[in-house]
Each structure stands twice: as C-alpha cells, then as structure tokens.
Design a protein around this ligand. Structure first.
Ligand code: PMP
Length: 288
C-alpha cells in the first residue's frame, strides 16, 4: 500500500509523522473520508471544498492546491490499482513544541491514504440498524462547530461508546437546544407521511456530502424533502428513519431506543432512495 505524504508516495512502513505533530498532541487538524466507485472519486470536488472550508475555519494553511490534493488521490488509486476504495485525507497542524501555539508549527502535514473499504454487514441494509439516543450532546457550534471536520472527534467517540455499551452501532445526538443534530458518524433523515425530513445545518451538524446527494436524489425522484428542526419524539414515531454517510451510504434504522420504527423493516422510500443511490454510484459516480 502506497501512502501520499507531503508530496511523496511512500510505502506504508515509511509513512510516519513526528510525536510532536499537533494532530497527535491536540487533535489540531482536519480530515475527509471519500469513496471510490469504479475508479471514480465520488463527489471529489465537494469533499475537497469541504476540506478547505475546515482548514479555513481552523486558520490552517497547506502548501498544496485543490488540484494537487485531487492528484494525490488519483496517484494513490493508481499505485494500489484499486477499483473501489476508501480514501482518507488528513491534514495536521504539523510539528511543533509541547505548547498549544498553533502558529509555531512550521508546516502542515498532509496525508492521503487510499485503502480498501469496510462496510456495515450487507444484511443490515435490508434489516435496518438499531440505534439509541445518546445522553452526550453534540458540540455547541459556538464551542467547536460540527461543520468543521476536525481531528478532534471525542464528542462523537463518547456518544459512540454509549452506543457500544447499549449493544448497537450508532447513536443519535441532540444539540444544546434539545433538537436532533446527527449521529456519531452519519447524518439522520426521517420519513413522515411521504415527506423526507432532515435536520438543517443550523442544528449543528456536519454538512454531509451524502446528505446533500440524497436531498438532490429526492428532488430528482420528486420525493418532497425538507430541512427542519426535529425532536427525538418525532424520530421515534416516524414511518421510516435512515442514516447517510460516506461509509454507510444510506442505511435504514428500524429501532430507536425501545421503539420499533414503522413496520420494523426498511421502508419503501428508504428502499427507493437506496436503489437510486446504488444505481448512480455503480453506473457513473458523480465527481462534482
Ligand atoms: N456526521 C458526522 C459526524 C460524520 O463524521 C460524517 C462522516 N462520516 C457524516 C455526518 C456524514 O458525512 P458524509 O456524507 O460527508 O460522509
């Protein structure tokens, strides 16, 4: 496996950074997770744009253009000769001293890892996931904005631990106002009376690339869709619930806390969107 690190493709064993890197010491950095379908980088431009928005939010600059970052991914895919892959872009503040001062780090470390994909078990896409509502609330955007995909994921990890303790794979997180925000690694949608509904970006969420793609699919398929604040009680009595994310794609949720959702199986609108998603990425995954 070849890893692109600061402009060079090197074997995995040689892809190393310093213990003084502020990504390690303080979670000071950003990342992206991206899928490759049939050698096409799904929503490549959107992911690179989001990476640069996260960098700007943290006042982190890198010595590479968006074109060079895209090329790093294409080089990695070619080197490993992968048809389908998962790409992780990582940018850290770089090597500094043991103090917090971010601008004493001389140069960001920029890493592109092209790996194979690990997915939820296929049977879960039919049966649906069970999830819980986490007690841990999602970061307040005034403290650390969830729209910044930073290397500091402890807020999500603490909620994920609650999910694991409860014997499920995901947890819904509420925001400081008590509304639903998102899950630890996925955005959330519900379906009620034929309308698809997802929390707005003002609820304090990551602006999921898959979320936007699914909203665009709804438009294409003439399925009404709204972005509106949502209470957890509304999730529990929804006809359908599903999650979206780069890894999960689009997966049904059939149990929230103690409540069975709808018929207890993947619902018809979720199935329709799932099929449209798969058809699109398998035939010609959009790179915009
Ligand atoms: N929310 C969080 C907290 C995430 O980490 C992710 C990405 N795994 C998502 C939502 C989904 O975003 P995307 O569709 O861009 O992968």
């Amino acid at each position: 496996m070849a890893i692109w690190i600061n402009g060079n493709l090197v074997p995995k064993e040689d892809a190393k950074i310093s213990v003084f890197d502020h990504g390690l010491l303080y979670g000071d950095g950003v990342f992206e997770g991206i899928r490759v379908y049939n050698r096409r980088i799904f929503k490549c431009k959107s992911h690179i744009d989001r990476l640069y928005r996260s960098l700007d939010a943290l006042r982190l600059t890198i010595p590479y253009t968006k074109v060079e970052i895209e090329q790093s991914m294409r080089d990695g895919i070619k080197a490993d000769d992968l048809k389908d892959a998962y790409i992780r872009l990582v940018v850290t503040r770089g090597d500094g001293n043991l103090g917090l001062h971010p601008f004493q780090c001389e140069r960001a470390n920029v890493i592109t890892i092209v790996d194979s994909i690990q997915l939820y078990p296929p049977e879960l896409y039919e049966a649906g996931l069970a999830v819980i509502t986490a007690k841990r609330i999602r970061n307040d955007p005034r403290a650390l904005d969830p729209s910044v995909k930073s290397l500091n994921y402890l807020n999500n990890i603490m909620a994920k631990i609650e999910a694991i303790d409860a014997g499920v794979l995901e947890a819904i997180m509420l925001n400081t106002d008590g509304y639903v925000s998102e899950c630890t690694g996925d955005n959330i949608f519900i379906v009620k009376d034929g309308t698809v509904w997802t929390p707005p970006v003002t609820a304090g969420i990551l602006h999921g690339i898959t979320r936007q793609f699914v909203l665009d699919l709804c438009k294409k398929l003439s399925i009404p869709a709204v972005e509106h604040d949502m209470k957890i009680e509304e999730v529990r009595v929804a006809d359908e619930v599903f999650l979206t994310g780069t890894g999960a794609e689009l997966i049904a949720v059939t149990k929230v806390d103690h409540m069975i959702i709808g018929s207890g199986k993947r619902g018809p609108i979720t199935a329709k969107l799932n099929q449209a998603f798969r058809d699109t990425v398998e035939t010609n995954a959009p790179e915009d």
